[in-house]
Design a protein around this ligand. Structure first.
Ligand SMILES: Nc1ncnc2c1ncn2[C@@H]1O[C@H](COP(=O)(O)OP(=O)(O)OP(=O)(O)O)[C@@H](O)[C@H]1O
Length: 245
């Protein structure tokens, strides 16, 4: 880890969709090389928050900095340092895994080798398969590989392992651990407590568009006087977490 320089700064983010306040004054700092877990019930504002950090959605108010860049104003520069895997991948169905990886690699001056990307997400055997023929879990894994194609220094993963089978899930965890060893800064939206406990240095707990707690996973548990992160979640939000898998 490289000390206390925040790689991501989000300050006082607000976002409203019509009459719905999706994000209500969210501030987050993520240190370079740290892994932040974003937890919350359905509709808590997690995706909207990370989309604003990625520059994919304009905040109504507030400020975002990613490695000192503004993701909307410095779009081209940010694309070179930020990898994003969102919940829905919009990819050309007729292209094969290898073609999509080749396409994404072409966007970057020093991309990760194609073989390494395939290995990171376990899609070596599917390289000649068209995107539209992949299973949902394989499509998801491909979108993670594409997010990593440019050796990003910051990665945003929205529901990394939701819907993946246990083997694929463990493989993704290993991939995150490898990125963490490379000092990549990671924001991980998750519904899986085991994943958050294993991978995340800090957790931001969102509820109804607000950060209701920010701490280490162990800190959240002890602050809530709970036995584990599941219990802490319920104690701090008053809600059960609907396990998405
Ligand atoms: N494009 C949109 N138009 C209108 N309302 C939206 C839109 N996107 C999200 N919302 C609403 O904003 C709120 C926050 O949604 P968001 O997707 O950010 O939550 P989330 O925590 O990521 O939820 P989930 O766990 O279900 O993915 C919800 O009430 C949702 O219905």
């Amino acid at each position: 880890m490289s000390g206390t320089t925040p790689a991501i700064i989000a300050e006082n983010l607000h976002k409203r969709y019509g009459g719905t306040v999706a994000v209500d004054d969210v501030s987050l700092h993520v240190e370079a090389g740290a892994v932040l877990g974003v937890l919350g019930t359905n509709g808590a504002g997690k995706t909207t928050t990370v989309e604003m950090i990625a520059g994919l959605r304009r905040p109504d108010r507030g400020r975002v900095g990613v490695l000192g860049l503004d993701p909307r104003r410095d779009r081209a520069k940010v694309r070179q340092v930020l990898g994003v895997q969102l919940q829905q991948a919009y990819l050309h169905g007729a292209l094969t895994v290898a073609e999509l990886i080749g396409l994404y690699r072409s966007f970057y001056p020093a991309p990760r080798p194609a073989e390494e990307l395939l290995e990171l997400v376990g899609l070596g055997e599917q390289r000649a398969v068209r995107f539209e023929k992949l299973s949902g879990g394989q499509q998801q894994r491909l979108s993670i590989a594409l997010a990593l194609a440019g050796r990003p220094r910051v990665v945003i993963l929205d529901e990394l392992t939701t819907g993946l089978d246990p083997r694929a899930r463990r493989q993704m965890w290993k991939t995150i651990e490898r990125l963490r060893d490379e000092d990549v800064t990671i924001v991980l939206v998750s519904h899986a407590m085991e994943e958050v406990e294993r991978l995340c240095d800090h957790v931001a707990l969102l509820d109804a568009g607000r950060v209701v707690a920010f701490d280490t996973p162990a800190g959240l548990v002890s602050r809530a006087g709970a036995e584990n992160l599941d219990e802490a979640f319920v104690a701090l939000t008053g809600k059960e977490l609907e396990e998405a898998q």
